[in-house]
Design a protein around this ligand. Sequence first.
Ligand SMILES: [Zn+2]
Length: 478
Amino acid sequence: MKKIVLALLLCFSPCAVSDGLPDLGDASQTVLTPLQERQIGQQSMMEIRASKQFLDDPEINDYLNKIGDKLVENSSEPGLGFEFFAINDLSVNAFAMPGGFIGVNSGLLLTVQSESELAAVLSHEIAHVTQHHLARMIAGQQGDSLMSMAALAVAILAARTSPQVTEAAIATVQAHSIQKRLDYTRANEQEADRIGLDILQKSDFNIHAMPEFLVRLQKATRLLDNNAPNYLRTHPITTDRVADIENRVQKQPYRLVPDSLDFLLVRTKLISSQKTAVDAIAYFSDALGKQKHGNPIAQRYGLVEALLRNNETGRAAQELGTLRKLAGSAQYSRNNAMLETLAGRVKRAEGNQAATLEFYRTAVQNFPQHRALIYDYADLLIQNNQAEDATKMLAAQILRHPSDTTLYDLQARAYAAQGKVLEQHKAQAYSYAWQGKLYAALEQLELAKKAGGSFYQLSTVESDMRELREILGEVNKP
Ligand SMILES: [Zn+2]
């Protein structure tokens, strides 16, 4: 298992990037290979994952991947292995990196007025990736751009050991695209619209959402003057462009597609996270009391979450009861993983350990893919001297999500609780490695080696150390 992860890491490292590029300075090269695209994307992704701007909420990221995967299935490259993730930034933006990594700002999630609008933006970004627009731009730049992209990747990796440089990572990647004028062209935009619209339609979303969102964004921007959202800077909206989409959409009947409950809950979570617990309680109570426009299940979800945050466990439990009744009778399925995760947290706060453990055992069986539940259950098992069970569950999850650093952190805790020191440091090393903290990872492997173990265990640690040193050696080459 571990072997695969480090093999991946090695393969995505910049040394592999430079090895894979036939001629770095060759201006005649106009395409990147799929592997090179993936490497550049993966490289930037490691950096983003380690930065403060990465919105490390498994429920929001799982949701984005769920809707994203549904769209990708209807794209021309369903097997590319897209990854969607949230960025904690209130400005309206979404961006695609080569290789299928698509970032969505919290500001965009809060600005869209329906799930179809979000799907429209994602479809457009997916189309940029499948049409290799950014990759072609990088490769097509006169002479130095491919070189500087690879050099940038190396610089980023080298900078990882220095926290202040790491913080600037996203800024670097974004500034780089601006400096190099890596904005999409008008032709790129029209192609992404056309293909995005096709993806949106095949995925059963409301295609009218695409022009609606663009027009609203355009109107809002006029009032902002120079403060155009980043999204408009990288994806320029022209009158032609909007007219073109409207023209395509007009021929199709208007079909209202209801928002999923997950979409509403994710937005509620984001709204709540902008407020203190007390303010959030007041906000959601007010919305429920006045029966304001909005979804009462989502509003009550926000209220329970805020009450829990404010340590009002009794009231949270009471409101949760109402919420579950409401969710059962509504058009939405009672079986929602986000509602179940919140219910688990309320149960945990109530303090009945046996009942809570029982609750999670069932919940994890019902929602084996919901990472927030897995994290909480693993934490609970470790606290209740059942670290061995936690280890088994985490190992299965890591196979599914080999780059999820929280899973490694939990695994390290579970091993520590069992006194398995070698495994503890090894798991910690993987967490650091996937955050790009390669020196810290090496240090953990050294501790693992010192702790001692079987011949087999020690030889895997040593082989991991060799691989890491190879990467670090490449990075530090003058
Ligand atoms: Zn675009």
